[in-house]
Design a protein around this ligand. Structure first.
Ligand code: COA
Length: 259
């Protein structure tokens, strides 16, 4: 354990930067202090040469039950505008290394949006997903309408966003919202296992591959294909490409150094 701030717990498991949300009595509701610490921790790990990927988790009962309603209940439009809380979310978008989410229990509102900012989502069978903002007189504001629509398509996104209903883990998996579902007792270790797998890959290839997949949501197909091709060519200037292909030919495991 290298740091224990109130709202988050940070540790390293080998080359994995682990961040756990830690407001259990508030179901990890994302207040501004938590978000600030979380984003700072992600940026620090992203800049840390020893770290190859990040793991973001809550606890068994909740990944995060949304933005902290108590911080917003009395805010005016002007307060919210000046608060500019979504600037922090933009910083998460700029993180280059892969982020694996380990989700159990509630991933609602901002919690679901945070999860959708992650790259691979491992969920426990007990996980529940939703954008219930409609039930408290608002709507998603940290990308929920946009990322949900891109993840699951219009009809299901409308259902989730307009009714505020919760999805069970297998439903979310079938819809394409999450990557894997495992028994509750294994959700964290499975996420660690996925991270360990990522740690074995070429770090530059991992980052560029993440960038290319995300580009698919920003560009028309022809532009995205062009972008992908350029990143692919770029990788031929890395030692990792030579090592990876040579290791294949020599029938041994590649050791990637990120150079
Ligand atoms: N913001 C602030 N506090 C929250 C919260 C949120 N988004 N979600 C849960 N909490 C707090 C509760 O107020 C409660 O605190 P208290 O014990 O001091 O009263 C504590 O977390 C436990 O929640 P509780 O509602 O008692 O648990 P539950 O098991 O009965 O219900 C939920 C769980 C997730 C269904 C319910 O907490 C809920 O609907 N949360 C809000 C979800 C939401 O609308 N998110 C979008 C916000 S924009």
């Amino acid at each position: 354990m290298i740091c224990m701030a109130d709202e988050i717990l940070i540790e390293r498991i080998d080359q994995i930067g682990v961040i756990r949300l830690n407001r259990p009595d508030k179901l990890n509701a994302l207040n501004m202090a938590t978000m600030e610490r979380l984003v700072n921790a992600l940026e620090r790990f992203d800049a840390d040469g020893e770290i190859r990927c990040m793991l973001l988790a809550g606890n068994e009962r909740a990944f995060a039950a949304g933005a902290d309603i108590n911080e917003m209940a009395d805010a005016s439009m002007v307060d919210m505008y000046y608060r500019n809380q979504f600037a922090r979310w933009e910083r998460i978008k700029r993180v280059q290394k892969p982020i694996v989410a380990a989700v159990s229990g509630y991933a609602l509102g901002g919690g679901c949006e945070l999860m959708m900012h992650c790259d691979i989502i491992v969920a426990s069978e007990t996980a529940r997903f939703g954008q219930p903002e409609i039930n408290i007189g608002v709507m998603p504001g940290a990308g929920g309408t946009q990322r949900m629509a891109r993840a699951v398509g219009k009809a299901l996104a409308m259902d989730v966003v307009l009714t505020g209903r919760f999805l069970k883990a297998h439903e979310a998996l079938t819809m394409g919202l999450i990557s894997r579902v495992v028994p509750r007792e294994h959700f964290f270790e499975e996420a660690v296992r996925v991270c360990r797998e990522l740690c074995e890959k070429g770090p530059i290839a991992l980052r560029l591959a993440k960038e290319a997949v995300l580009k698919a949501f920003e560009t028309p197909l022809s532009e995205g294909l062009e972008y992908e091709r350029k990143l692919f060519y770029m990788l031929f200037s890395t030692q990792d490409q030579k090592e990876g292909m040579r290791a294949f030919q020599e029938k041994r495991r590649a050791i990637f150094t990120g150079k």
